[in-house]
Design a protein around this ligand. Structure first.
Ligand code: KIV
Length: 267
């Protein structure tokens, strides 16, 4: 029997019951199928794509077409999990109309369940406009990688009183604007706890401590597939770089020695 689809209502149900929400990123069919098969609640096609898959220095150059291409691949492997696509830099910043048009592309062309948008008070009208078009929106505040030039780099946010209360206010504004959930990235655990307790919608932590309603990690980080740098909050659950390296080394060695292909792998 097919497992029941995780919907926006399940996000709220889990928040209310205190059950933790699980979310991971994916960028292709193979990894998305594995994550879906394990029963992860939600899959995010993050614009982290630019760094971990496309090998760029930041996320800002990721385009709508690249996001749509990868989201379609992920969609092919995901039937049950709630699929969210990240709106890339400059796909929503200019005005509400462009934001709605691009959010609509994710739903129409790539079959997404929702979109994620970075920013606080400055994106409230975007969230409202996308919502009005019938598309669910997840917010993202704290360390927002699309604006690291303004933030002065990849650094923990909300460390002083002014910045902490601004972030707490942003969460309230995003909830009022209609976000169904908010990602908090790189915040002190106590601030994330306050935001989580106050919010009526699920708060998903990414480097925001244990008190959030759920957690999201970049899958390539937690699997040890991205070694350029490792944020402190990432727990590495596997070392796939090592596993893949061993397999490739063995293949090269066996091919050179004529051990592969053997009878079992020939016609
Ligand atoms: O792009 C991404 O993968 C993200 C998550 C880290 C939340 O925004």
């Amino acid at each position: 029997m097919e497992e029941k689809k995780f919907t926006i209502l399940d996000f709220k149900r889990k928040k209310d019951s205190g059950e933790k929400i699980t979310m991971l990123t994916a960028y292709d069919f193979a990894i998305a199928s594995i994550i879906e098969g394990i029963g992860v609640d939600s899959i995010l096609v993050g614009d982290s794509l630019g760094m971990v898959v496309l090998g760029r220095d930041s996320t800002v150059s990721v385009t709508m077409d690249e996001m749509i291409h990868h989201t379609k691949a992920v969609r092919s492997g995901v039937k049950r999990a709630f699929l969210i696509a990240d709106m890339p830099f400059m796909s929503f910043q200019v005005n509400d109309e462009e934001a709605v048009r691009n959010a609509g592309r994710f739903v129409k062309e790539a079959g997404c369940d929702a979109v994620k948008i970075e920013g606080g008070r400055e994106v409230v009208s975007r969230v409202e406009a996308i919502n009005k078009a019938g598309i669910a929106v997840m917010g993202h505040i704290g360390l927002t990688p699309q604006s690291t030039s303004k933030l002065g780099g990849y650094r923990v946010q909300g460390k002083n009183e002014v910045s902490a209360s601004r972030l707490a206010e942003d969460a309230v504004l995003l909830e009022k604007a209609g976000c169904f959930a908010i990602v908090l990235e790189c915040l002190p655990a106590d601030l994330a706890k306050k935001v989580t307790l106050k919010a009526g919608i699920p708060i998903i932590g990414c480097g925001a401590g244990p008190y959030c309603d759920g957690q999201v990690l970049v899958t390539y980080d937690m699997l040890g597939l991205f070694s350029r740098f490792k944020p402190k909050f990432v727990k590495q659950y596997a070392d796939l770089t090592c596993i893949i390296g061993d397999a490739v080394r063995t293949y090269v060695d066996e091919t050179k020695r004529g051990v592969f292909p053997d009878k079992d792998h020939s016609f």
